[in-house]
Write a protein that binds this ligand. Structure first.
Ligand code: HEM
Length: 282
């Protein structure tokens, strides 16, 4: 929020917008004949999520207009002032969309990753003990968390030419969905891939933060924030490290632990009671 110079008092709103964006973007299963994309959201939920995004759009449009008139030292002003070699600017509408993407990308993903790593540690007491014995392993534990249970699981691409992948022809112009866990659990790269091993030498070869031209621009921030977030969650909430965490529900949208008693005690963020349990977490 500081990078965008957005008012800090609206955190709940930013989170709701981020959740709306992810809820609408999450890939939906095809129907039995692979013809129609179905959704698990009700019509009312879809409408409500779109209303959230309309609210975000209006809020950010006002901010962008304000920064056009009075630039400050922030990313929104920088995007508005940027020009390419031919003098072209980024349209204000695109700046609004980039700002919303940054809110969503920066908000939910890191929080979810922290929750995942805490969960993985709690379910693997030997790894937790290893970390407690040597905190210099924290960075690698985060990499292993990104590999074993990253918060981004799907990426989309449109093919620019006909390609064949593992004997499967894919025509130019096809939209393909890349499933990151498929690569991150590749036994040829990561021996014993299911194992959460914070000492894994090549843990950082995961694709949890993308690769290449569109790799995550927030990755340096993730690698600073996530270790701090994990360490403070574990020290503020020793129960995280006990097996009691296995009784907690995980919310699909944000994957926060939702034990109401623990949350009250330790002031962890809590999701609504309607949160559905995650299967096979970790
Ligand atoms: C654990 C946290 C995060 C995860 C797992 C994550 C994951 C990813 C992944 C997989 C991509 C590649 C998308 C693609 O190739 O299509 C990506 C791109 C991106 N990420 Fe993150 N991200 C995280 C945190 C952040 C943060 C904190 C920010 C900003 C403050 C951020 C901003 C972005 C942006 C702007 C892109 C698009 C880059 C481009 O298209 O050139 N991300 N992220």
């Amino acid at each position: 929020m500081k990078m965008l110079n957005l008012p800090t008092g609206h955190a709940a709103q930013y989170r709701r917008w981020a959740e709306a964006l992810f809820a609408l973007l999450t890939p939906k299963p095809l129907d039995a004949d692979d013809q129609v994309v179905t959704t698990t959201l009700s019509t009312q939920e879809i409408r409500s999520r779109w209303n959230d995004l309309a609210e975000a759009n209006a809020f950010l449009r006002n901010i962008v207009e304000e920064r056009q008139a009075n630039p400050t030292n922030d990313l929104i002003s920088a995007m508005l002032q940027a020009r390419d070699n031919d003098g072209h600017r980024i349209e204000p509408g695109a700046v609004v969309r980039h700002a919303l993407s940054l809110i969503a990308a920066g908000f939910d993903t890191t929080a979810t990753l922290i929750a995942h790593v805490v969960l993985l540690l709690s379910r693997n007491p030997d790894q937790l003990a290893a970390l407690e014995a040597d905190f210099s392993l924290t960075g690698n534990a985060i990499e292993e968390g990104l590999r074993r249970r990253g918060s981004t699981t799907t990426l989309f691409r449109i093919t620019t030419e006909d390609v064949v992948v593992r004997d499967q022809p894919i025509a130019r112009g096809s939209m393909i969905c890349l499933l990151l866990p498929g690569a991150n659990l590749d036994a040829e790269v990561f021996p014993d891939p299911d194992k959460f091993d914070i000492r894994r030498a090549n843990a950082n070869r995961h694709l949890g933060l993308g690769r290449g031209r569109h790799a995550c621009v927030g990755q340096p921030l993730v690698r600073i924030e996530a270790p701090i977030g994990c360490a403070s969650s574990m020290s503020a909430c020793p129960a995280c490290a006990s097996t009691s965490v296995n009784r907690w529900n995980m919310c699909r949208a944000s994957a926060y632990p939702t034990s109401r008693a623990s949350a009250r005690k330790w002031e962890l963020p809590v999701q609504a009671a309607s949160a559905r349990p995650l299967d096979n977490a970790g």
